[in-house]
Design a protein around this ligand. Structure first.
Ligand code: BG6
Length: 515
């Protein structure tokens, strides 16, 4: 497919006007942690390289450890070297690092916020502009409450001299509905919803944004986008690694359902299932997404959960020739853990459009590859005209490759050249790598810019997060109900998951797409 991104593109102006980040100071709480090293600093560096950052933007790295600005800059340089999308130039870094200032304080120390306030005022004065502040909660969630209350106490939740103050909240937003509501209330007591940006980095992925463009920027898909033409939808997120870098400690308390389904995968589902928004404003888009999430059918009994959800743990195996220990043997995982690292869900959306169309979601660690995709499987042609239909690949499938090899493909039947009337499935393929001739920015780059520009479209609104928990909670409750037989299945590391997940599909006469 060829692409014209400049002329007559209805989305062009929309996108260009959205991307005007305003000068501000970004304050990162938990700046010595992994997220800042691996994602935030490389995102900022790449934005700077592309000339996208406001020239006067400063970054205040707020953390507990004793350190100087020079020390944190050197540490960030080391991680940027490994993580940067466009490589690391020492020369460019030398200028870029001037933006970073280290601010040492305990999260619970009021004096640390008073001195932060003075520092921000000095930076504003030097910049000579409005006091815009963007706070980023990148610390452990246990610290959110004290950070928020101290920000309020120091009056930092209000912009200065007519400027704005916004807060970015990292996942997890709670571990169930009640704790998510608690956290949301806590944030709401300090920052208005319009100034609250809940990050779901999947929404910042270019290909997730492309779902809306494919659906509503073209006229050929939407007429078919309903129960009359779509047989079912599959959403797969496969990862070919386990608990790297001490991640077991967090993951064993979360599990795949909370870690990935509640947020990223239900967000993708809502983009596929939503009704067309009236415009592309943040609230119009999120109003439609939340309706889809609200319409997700909740499981009401333990039996329903058992019939529609499979959870599993990997046991020792080999992932592409690399031997892997079982989940319960992983570092910082309880040897008797009952936490799932694979989950498959059969979900329904009770709306006019989607009645009776199953949405199958699966996600797992230590599967054969790292790949995320959404496949929309259309119903078969209504009348069999040809004698020699292939056994497989008879229905049309539209695939959104979220990652890797980002793109969209459409499977259809084609005639095999020759005198006989033989058919085979063929693919029409659009690949970002070849069509646009430039690499996509990383999700965090886009999201940081949007927060600086005040565009919350790609951030989860409070009601989206809470409606997602409404769907997740009954599953967790069924799994943890006392006296229930254990329903944990297993699968060898390096396989495509437990046999029970295949059976879930087979019972419906369907199968998982081979990725
Ligand atoms: C995170 C999860 O939110 O997303 C991780 O906590 C997961 O467990 C990661 O590995 C996947 O993100 P991506 O962008 O690599 O698909």
């Amino acid at each position: 497919m060829s692409t014209d991104v400049t002329a007559d593109n209805p989305f062009r102006d929309e996108f260009l006007t959205r991307l005007s980040p305003e000068p501000c100071t970004l304050v990162i709480f938990g700046a010595t942690g992994d997220l800042t090293h691996k994602l935030l600093i490389p995102a900022l560096y790449n934005l700077a390289l592309d000339g996208e950052l406001p020239p006067t933007l400063k970054v205040v790295a707020f953390a507990r450890r004793e350190k100087t600005s020079d020390e944190i800059r050197a540490e960030f340089a080391g991680s940027n070297l490994k993580q940067s999308r466009q490589g690391h130039s020492s020369e460019f870094w030398a200028g870029f690092q001037e933006r970073i200032i280290y601010h040492q304080s305990e999260f619970g120390d009021a004096a640390g916020y008073a001195s932060l306030s003075r520092l921000l005022a000095e930076l504003d004065a030097a910049r000579g502009g409005a006091g815009n502040r963007l706070f980023y909660l990148a610390s452990a969630p246990d610290n959110f409450e004290e950070i928020l209350s101290h920000l309020k106490e120091a009056g930092l939740n209000e912009g200065c001299h007519g400027g704005w103050a916004r807060i970015i909240v990292e996942k997890p937003i709670g571990k169930d509905l009640a704790s998510a509501e608690r956290l949301n209330n806590m944030v709401a007591a300090v920052f208005a919803e319009k100034n609250t940006y809940r990050i779901d980095h999947y929404l910042g992925k270019e290909t997730a944004q492309n779902i809306i463009v494919t659906r509503f920027g073209n006229s050929i898909f939407e007429p078919l986008w309903n129960r009359n033409y779509i047989d079912h939808v599959q959403i797969t997120c496969a990862e070919n690694f386990g608990m790297t870098g001490g991640r077991g400690a967090y993951y064993d308390k979360a599990g795949a359902l909370r870690d990935m389904v509640q947020n990223h995968l239900l967000q993708l589902l809502s983009l596929i299932a939503m009704e067309p928004p009236t415009d592309l404003s943040a609230d119009s888009v999120r109003d439609e997404k939340v309706k889809a999430l609200r319409a997700l059918r909740k499981f009401t009994t333990v039996e329903e959960v058992a019939q529609n959800v499979v959870r599993g743990q990997y046991v020792a195996g080999s992932v592409n020739g690399r031997s892997a220990v079982g989940y319960r043997e992983e570092d910082r995982v309880n040897p008797d853990s009952q936490t799932e690292c694979y989950v498959a869900v059969r979900a329904f959306i009770d709306t006019w459009r989607w009645q009776g169309v199953p949405f199958y979601i699966r996600v797992g660690k230590q599967l054969p590859k790292k790949a995320t995709e959404i496949s929309v499987h259309f119903r078969r042609a209504p009348h069999v005209l040809f004698q020699t239909l292939p056994a497989r690949g008879r229905s049309n499938v539209l695939v959104f490759r979220i990652q890797p090899d980002e793109g969209v493909s459409l499977r259809m039947l084609g005639k095999v050249p020759g005198l006989a009337m033989r058919m085979e499935p063929v693919k029409m393929d659009f690949r970002y790598a070849t069509s646009f001739g430039k690499a996509s920015p990383f999700a965090y780059e886009r999201l940081l810019l949007d927060a600086m520009a005040g565009d919350a479209t790609l951030f989860a609104r409070r009601d989206e997060v809470e409606n997602a928990w409404h769907f997740i909670d009954p599953i967790e409750q069924a799994w943890h109900q006392a006296g229930q037989p254990p329903t944990m299945t297993t699968y060898p590391a390096g396989s495509w998951g437990p046999a029970e997940a295949d059976e879930l599909m087979e019972r419906d006469g369907r199968s998982w797409r081979r990725i």
